[in-house]
Write a protein that binds this ligand. Structure first.
Ligand SMILES: Cc1ncc(COP(=O)(O)O)c(C=O)c1O
Length: 420
């Protein structure tokens, strides 16, 4: 027991030693003309003075030479460098979407006939890819409760090629015990792949033992809801294998990020630390208030949340518990009426996605998780009346609370039996 606590303290110290925001702050880019922002590489293809260098570049043997922008481009490499600094990995490859990153990783790690162990509460698109699309390749997935280590271990077979989970899951906000799952993964020689889209800066999965970290950059990291993009952070070997001209899933499936976008995302990343603190502070305030009002609120920063302790142990405290919370308002009808009314009152948008300056809300059962069959939604606790909120950067969150509460009172949400 004492030894366990000691190990936890050491682990915590190690996580806290990794100062991702400082690493990002320290990065320096010198533009082609000395600009403080690097020049945007506006080319799909690159010239060579000698044919021999072109051949060597194809073979992957020339450092600093570019061939074709689906393989790599200066702007994408700059963004990748910043994302590797964020996650503390050797390197990172950027993609045209979060799904582009996820599908490339899966298809790089798995061959026909292989098997995946995945958390059952994951983004609907990832779930649909594993459950429906991978059938074409006879790749099967066991979906398990990722908070149940025994269930994960029992699902591992000789064909298993990876363990997959989200650090904080979409939409139920379950918190994965990354250090424990990583220990298990290492015992069986399997890579642990963690989607950290919901908790950038708050959780650094690589420092807890994850091998590959994925983000949908579309969300908090970009933060302006104006593009889709993704990233894979990992070792140089793995990221190079994704880029291999003969066998790299990233290179061959072609989910390339445009340089113009890479450059705008890089600029937005510079305020990520400020934004995450504000998103988290606002979400914590509302979660407490609505819980005190008696609503069924799920937020990893509430002591009533099943993942509170794990989250507290493994998080970088200064960034808080994240910007996502859910409230169960009892029925889909209540959820829809409340979301429409909040939108009419300028409190946010009835829209999927997350990480915007305004609050975004949606009912995951009928939107982002609708790919998950109803029976399975019920089994995992995803009820119809659940609203997922991505809390915005509201300057006066007390005012927001008063206005949101007024909407709830107007619709008699507090009177619905199921909400308590
Ligand atoms: C946790 C998570 N991972 C991955 C994705 C997919 O990202 P993208 O839409 O950028 O392809 C999403 C999208 O909502 C998500 O919420």
């Amino acid at each position: 027991m004492i030894l366990n606590s000691f190990i936890l303290v050491l682990l915590k110290l190690d996580i806290m030693n990794y100062k991702a925001a400082d690493k990002l702050q320290d990065l320096q880019y010198f533009g082609e003309y000395g600009g403080v922002n690097p020049s945007i590489s506006d080319s799909s293809t690159y010239t060579f003075i000698s044919a021999k260098t072109m051949f060597d570049t194809f073979e992957g043997n020339t450092e600093g030479c570019y061939l074709y922008s689906r393989h790599s481009s200066p702007s994408n490499l700059y963004l990748g460098e910043a994302l590797a600094a964020l996650e503390g990995t050797e390197t990172a490859n950027v993609y045209g979407s979060g799904m582009g990153a996820i599908t490339s990783v899966i298809l790089q790690l798995c061959d026909a006939g292989d098997h995946i162990v995945s958390s059952r509460t994951i983004y609907g698109g990832t779930y649909a890819f594993m459950k429906n699309f991978l059938k074409k390749f006879n790749i099967s997935t066991s979906f398990v409760d990722s908070t149940d280590l025994k269930a994960i271990e029992n699902s591992i077979t000789p064909k298993t090629k990876m363990i997959y989970c989200e650090a904080v899951s979409n939409p139920l906000l379950e918190v994965a015990d990354i250090a424990a799952i990583s220990k298990l993964a290492k015992k069986y020689g399997l890579p642990l792949v963690v989607d950290n889209t919901f908790s950038p800066l708050s959780i650094t999965p690589g420092k807890l033992g994850a091998d590959i970290i994925i983000h949908s950059l579309t969300k908090f990291i970009n933060g302006t809801s104006d593009c889709v993009a993704g990233v894979v952070c990992g070792t140089s070997d793995f990221c190079l294998s994704l880029k291999d001209v003969n066998s790299g899933a990233g290179m061959l499936l072609g989910s390339t990020l445009d340089s113009l976008r890479a450059s705008s995302i890089l600029k937005n990343m510079r305020t990520l630390h400020i934004r995450m603190k504000k998103h988290s502070g606002n979400a914590l305030y509302l979660a407490h208030k609505f819980e005190q009002d008696g609503l069924k609120v799920s937020y990893p920063g509430l002591q009533s949340h099943s993942g509170y302790e794990i989250m507290t142990q493994q998080m970088n405290a200064e960034y808080g518990y994240g910007g996502l919370l859910t409230i169960n308002v009892g029925s889909l009808e209540n959820a829809n009426s409340l979301m429409e009314l909040m939108q009419e009152n300028g409190l946010g948008y009835l829209a999927v996605s997350l990480g915007f300056y305004k609050t975004l809300f949606s009912a995951p059962g009928t939107s982002t998780s609708s790919e998950i069959p109803l029976e399975e939604q019920k089994e995992m606790g995803l009820s119809e009346g659940l609203i997922r909120f991505s809390i915005g950067l509201d300057n006066d969150i007390e005012r927001t609370y008063t206005l949101m509460r007024a909407c709830m009172l107007r619709l008699n949400i507090f009177d619905a039996e199921e909400v308590y």
